[in-house]
Design a protein around this ligand. Structure first.
Ligand code: C2E
Ligand code: MG
Ligand code: MG
Ligand code: MG
Length: 282
């Protein structure tokens, strides 16, 4: 049996493997038209600097506002989009949207970075560097305001190609971060070959940090090593003050999680950013 979260409620719906495949097929069929029908939206989640409530960047997270099924989580459609290859078009659409939005924020005097997730399929595209360059030129966003998040499994699959690709992006001035660190191979040594600015500790990596002494020790040593290698550390899934305090004490440089804000539509961000800033000065 496969389980899938029922939208909007805290209940779970169990369905068989066949139903699951049917559902995936259905999602796959509907997805391509959804881009033209403008059913996708980009939400943004703040990443906070440890020096207080300063929002240093916002992660772009895609949502599908389905006409009958409601808001669909990327967890449910990104894997299908990767399978069908649709992620290449969708990913470029998210990138363009996020860069346009970051440019608007820059024009309003908010010097905030935007970070965009890249899937393995996008990294396999021969012209990825050129595509990113075109979007930056088109939107007139300074490359230093764009961060790209890649997962470690993608890099390990093809280290040689990844080195070249990430160098190409980083030479343009784009910032590279390793997403979901701690869920896979989790070796920092290979990252020394790459132009990586930061690692993002997956929320499962720090989930028990308040109660689990061993987890605290692991996080502490990973942070030390990352710093020694010149990378900063972002903690994901920061959902309580207790967690924040420990992660801050263990040396994490920035924080993202429900404690600060859930991912929100762009128009709700200015208010949240102001609130976070006010909290800091109180
Ligand atoms: P991710 O890149 O690791 O993004 C962080 C996920 O953790 C987001 O889920 C975010 O809403 C969630 N999160 C943040 N803080 C908390 C917290 O305190 N507690 C809990 N329980 N969750 C928290 P979301 O938006 O559902 O996205 C899930 C994944 O889907 C992302 O994980 C990313 O891998 C993928 N994704 C989302 N948008 C895109 C996209 O545009 N392109 C690609 N390739 N993947 C995307
Ligand atoms: Mg991410
Ligand atoms: Mg990710
Ligand atoms: Mg992550």
């Amino acid at each position: 049996m496969y389980s899938s979260k029922k939208r909007g409620k805290n209940t779970y719906h169990l369905f068989s493997k066949t139903e699951s495949l049917n559902r995936q097929f259905e999602i796959g069929m509907e997805m391509s038209g959804a881009l033209e029908r403008e059913e996708f939206a980009v939400y943004y989640q703040p990443q906070i600097n440890s020096l207080g409530g300063h929002v240093e960047s916002l992660e772009a997270l895609v949502r599908w506002a389905h006409p009958t099924k409601g808001l669909i989580s990327p967890v449910d459609f990104i894997p299908v989009a990767e399978e069908t290859g649709f992620i290449v078009d969708l990913g470029e659409w998210v990138l363009r949207r996020a860069c346009q939005q970051a440019k608007l924020w820059q024009q309003e005097g908010k010097n905030v970075k935007v970070s965009v997730n890249l899937s393995s399929r996008q990294l396999q595209e021969a012209n990825l560097v050129q595509r990113v360059k075109s979007v930056l030129e088109e939107t007139e966003l300074p490359p230093r305001l764009l961060k790209l998040e890649v997962t470690e499994s993608v890099i390990i699959n093809d280290l040689v190609a990844s080195v070249q690709l990430l160098k190409g992006l980083s030479d343009m001035g784009v910032v590279i971060e390793i997403d979901d660190f701690g869920t896979g191979y989790s070796s920092l040594s290979y990252l020394t070959q790459l132009p990586v600015s930061a690692i993002k500790l997956d929320r499962t990596f720090t989930a028990e940090i308040v109660s689990d002494e061993r987890q605290r020790k692991v996080v502490e040593s990973v942070v030390k090593l990352a710093h020694a290698l010149g990378m900063s550390v972002v903690a994901e899934g920061v959902d309580s003050v207790e967690k924040l305090k420990i992660l801050e004490q263990k040396g994490c440089d920035s924080f993202q999680g429900y404690l600060f804000s859930k991912p929100l539509p762009a128009n709700q961000l200015p208010e949240v950013m102001n609130q976070l800033q006010r909290k800091e000065t109180c």
